[in-house]
Write a protein that binds this ligand. Structure first.
Ligand SMILES: Nc1ncnc2c1ncn2[C@@H]1O[C@H](COP(=O)(O)OP(=O)(O)OP(=O)(O)O)[C@@H](O)[C@H]1O
Length: 251
């Protein structure tokens, strides 16, 4: 078993008066991929967004409990900028900034105070290599990011996230807007990312979870029903509800 990177303890989350996450306890293991699965509306995205405090952007939201990371409760952290550089996020639709390919990847470095030109160039190249995009863009780094295909844009966003060396990357259905070929590339890439970081991924696609993840968390109506090794969860789950879900008897 890998080392624990993040520990979730008695997590509750509310939109206004409505509690949508119910007493969640779970570990995230370092250098592994954890998939969050469950029927629509069960709270996967809401859970994912707690890790980088995205809900703080909206009024009327409330967290209870702890998400422990480096001995600190993320839910109480004041320095959200530094938290979000350590806990990166990739969304459903690619979100490149309206600037060149190079500047997209360099963006976070400038915020981090890295000013040395050759150091920036080095990190941009390294991140694009890690995101399996370098060969496709190395001759057009000055072109606008929007000139890339959807799948390339998603890998660019991953490169931008990697550039600031996150401890974990949160993926919210990163392939749902992509065709099967682009999806396969992103899946291969996510598997490779395990060597350099940790991944937590929301997917509505059970096959995807089974293909790429090491651990799977099955959620239902805001509760964590089962957390297990992916192989075990998909072949011999501990909970009847998990069994029903993975065999397509509901959801
Ligand atoms: N901004 C919001 N305000 C109030 N309720 C919300 C808000 N966003 C989500 N919810 C509710 O919280 C619950 C969990 O939603 P969430 O989007 O986390 O589920 P999900 O499992 O990610 O679903 P899907 O697979 O459809 O994306 C749902 O009942 C949803 O209606």
């Amino acid at each position: 078993m890998n080392e624990v990177l993040i520990e979730v303890k008695n997590l509750n989350f509310y939109y206004g008066q409505t509690r949508v996450l119910k007493n969640i306890n779970m570990n995230i293991y370092k250098n592994s991929i954890t998939a969050l699965i469950g029927p629509s509306g069960c709270g996967k995205t809401t859970f994912l967004r707690c890790f980088n405090r995205m809900h703080d952007l909206y009024k009327g939201t409330r967290y209870e409990g702890e998400i422990l990371y480096n001995g600190e409760n993320i839910l109480k952290t004041k320095d959200l900028i530094s938290l979000r550089s350590k806990i990166g996020m990739v969304f459903q639709r690619p979100t490149p900034f309206p600037m060149s390919i190079f500047d997209n990847v360099a963006y976070g470095l400038k915020l981090k105070g890295i000013k040395n030109k050759s150091q920036i160039e080095e990190i941009v190249e390294k991140s694009l290599v890690e995101a399996a995009l370098w060969d496709e863009v190395k001759d057009k780094l000055k072109s606008p990011a929007t000139s890339l295909s959807g799948g390339q844009q998603q890998r660019l966003v991953i490169a931008r996230t990697l550039a600031v060396e996150p401890d974990i990357i949160l993926f919210d259905e990163p392939t749902s807007a992509l065709d099967p070929t682009a999806t396969a590339k992103i899946e291969d890439l996510i598997v490779q990312l395990k060597d350099i970081t940790t991944v937590l991924i929301v997917t509505h696609n059970m096959q995807q979870a089974a293909r790429i993840s090491d651990f799977t968390a099955f959620m239902f109506k805001g509760e964590l029903i089962e957390f297990n090794r992916t192989k075990k969860l998909f072949t011999n789950p501990d909970q009847e509800l998990t069994e029903k879900y993975i065999t397509g008897r509901f959801g």
